[in-house]
Design a protein around this ligand. Sequence first.
Ligand code: HAM
Length: 403
Amino acid sequence: MLPEDAERRQVLEHHARRILGAAGYQRIETPTFEATELFSRGVGEATDIVQKEMYTFDDAGGRSITLRPEGTAPVCRAYIEHGMHKLPQPVKLWYLGAFYRHEAPQAGRYRQFWQVGAEVIGSAAPTADAELIVLLAELLEALGVRETRLRLSSLGTPETRAEYREELRAFLRANQDRLSDEVRSRIDANPMRAFDSGDPSTREVMAGAPTLLDRLSGEDAEHFAEVRRLLDDAGLRYELDPTLVRGLDYYTRTVFEFNSDALGAQSGVGGGGRYDRLMEQLEGPPTPASGWAAGIERMLLAAGELPIARDPVDLYVALADPAAGPQAFELAYEARRAGLSAQLELAGRSLKGQLKHAGRLRSRYVAIIGSEPHIGLKDMEAGEQRELEPAAVIPTILRGSRL
Ligand code: HAM
């Protein structure tokens, strides 16, 4: 991360802190690596993440550890380990850090990438889901992420899903002579893939296929209807996408994803959903929960120009005489202790070069220290200079008055 990137990230972090902090979310940071088992159990053995994308190795003690590919399972582990179920519920947390997935790198896809994430643990309310979604929408808007689309669906429970997959397989088999070879060969392994096919005849068949949204149980359907009602009330537009599949196994009920059409193939800027059973899978108390994570590189790629506020430089200490080094060092040090921002000439430039450099830094004042007992203080805005007693330099700057 180069300095220019760091500044844009700082703006992003500022907005995340402001938006999530105002909604009562508290910061949490979990370790960069965890026991491998946490992810294989939490994210799901059958997922691409666990099968292909984890950086897993044995440490010197023979323990299998993994660089975290995502943040939800670690946050749940921390919730269990630190008895957070005893706190007033729900516990609302957010995080920002680096994550690791062994994928083929391309624009917007990296092996080390950063996420900002939010989790609400201990609430089953549809309001928690809707609030999470509007908070992510707010963050994307604050960053000026362009051309976003929100896709929304509900996955119901794992049982409903298993029944539905059987029904879909039966439907695909009944229509198999009109399906592409590829879809036909995957009916058993992954029937959902049929919805993504570009083959015209397959698409025609799929237009009449049953969807999971039509098969939700009464309570799941009600929960989803309420999430939709809340989003409608908030005026947030979304597309219902019954084929929305997320790459992690822990989801139940609500799932969502924001995509940006300003990005190429890797258009998912952020996504998440409800994961009511994950805590139990990790041997914690049954606890409903919901959350999202958004990719920092992707958000910044899809964001326009971000207004970057550079920190001001109050004082640049220039040397008219190299022998005055120690005095200059002390003045810069005292200025910082007085709460000013102050920099010191370190490159041996000529006085002219130093003034030019102070201009580049947009320093408000330049103190010029030479062999005389007085210090020249130059007001860079007014262009005026005055000779001052050394002890008067900092108070003069602090008063902020024109010279
Ligand atoms: P995810 O969809 O796997 O969800 O990742 C969230 C976001 O991280 C993606 O939308 C994308 O912007 C970014 N991302 C993922 N992989 C990469 C990569 N290789 N390079 C760059 N960016 C990437 C999760 O991780 C879940 N933990 C979200 C969640 C939280 N669900 C519930 N709570």
